[in-house]
Design a protein around this ligand. Structure first.
Ligand code: HEC
Length: 246
């Protein structure tokens, strides 16, 4: 048994190393809170306004979202449904079929992105756009090199420029390596406001990826508490049963 575990650990080790090396620029910490309902409400609003034109959330229904985020049906219809969808429909994008010709890539469904790549990734990605004239939309992304997505929050954030550092290239010379970004032109939001804006979106996508998450976590605490209390009684009972034997 132990040998089998050791073997498994050995097999997983190189994979972990490879991942750490590939990552390059470290992700930012998003600081989201899945229990913060007003953050989730703002995130839903931001998502519907700025993202749902291109991205769907095909595993989430409007009315499920409304119930979880304490949004009433009239509010839902008035502020969050921009298509002809009914409240019981799933959240589809209004992207026509020829998106491939526009972007070279179809905007992916974002239902599971927070589980697939992590909520910190979503947050970092939305803060990672920088000016790059060689790209079709004039922007590139620190965390997704050659990203096909335009910087749709450009008016909110403003534009950032890339920062390079020189590193030895192993052949005696040096090469310029992308290190990070710094502000270039300001946007409508102050930097902290923009952080909050995209934190809310990341939080909302975390919720969308697992609508039961908040409930699961609070239930988990109760289960552990129950087990602790139950342990005391089970232990006392065991002592009672065995007291004549010892
Ligand atoms: C104009 C269309 C468009 C809009 C609007 C848009 N996106 Fe995208 N998005 C794309 C495309 C195209 C891709 C595919 C990028 C690629 O794979 O290179 C993408 C990819 C992504 C990815 C996946 C990145 C990855 O690692 O695969 C995330 C996350 C994302 N978008 C989030 C958002 C969020 C959040 C918004 C709203 C603030 C948004 N997008 C608005 C077109 C759009």
């Amino acid at each position: 048994m132990i040998r089998r575990f050791a073997l498994l650990a050995l097999m997983l080790l190189p994979a972990g190393f490879a991942q750490a090396q590939e990552e390059g620029i470290p992700l930012l910490h998003s600081g989201t809170d899945i229990n913060n309902v007003s953050s989730l409400q703002r995130g839903a609003r931001n998502f519907m306004n700025y993202c749902s034109g291109c991205h769907s959330l095909k595993y989430l229904r409007y009315n499920r979202m409304a119930a979880d985020l304490r949004i009433t049906e009239p509010e839902l219809a008035a502020n969050l449904i921009f298509t002809s969808a009914k409240p019981f429909d799933t959240i589809n994008s209004s992207m026509p079929a020829d998106a491939l010709n526009w972007f070279g890539k179809v905007p992916p469904d974002l239902s599971l992105i927070a589980r697939a790549k992590g909520v910190d990734y979503v947050y970092s990605f939305l803060k990672g756009f920088y000016a790059d004239k060689t790209r079709p939309w004039g922007v590139n992304n620190l965390y997704l090199p050659s990203a096909a997505m335009p910087h749709v929050l450009f008016e909110r954030q403003g534009l950032q420029k890339p920062v390079f550092k020189s590193e030895p290239d192993g052949r005696g010379g040096t090469s310029m390596v992308l290190e990070g970004v710094e502000p270039m032109t300001p946007g409508a939001l102050k930097p902290e406001e923009y952080d909050q804006f995209v934190r809310d979106i990341a939080n909302f996508l975390d919720y969308a990826a697992e609508p039961i998450k908040a409930k699961r976590q609070s239930l988990g605490v109760f289960v552990i508490l129950f087990l602790l209390v139950f342990f005391v009684f089970a232990f006392l009972l065991k002592k009672e049963y065995w007291k004549d034997v010892h």
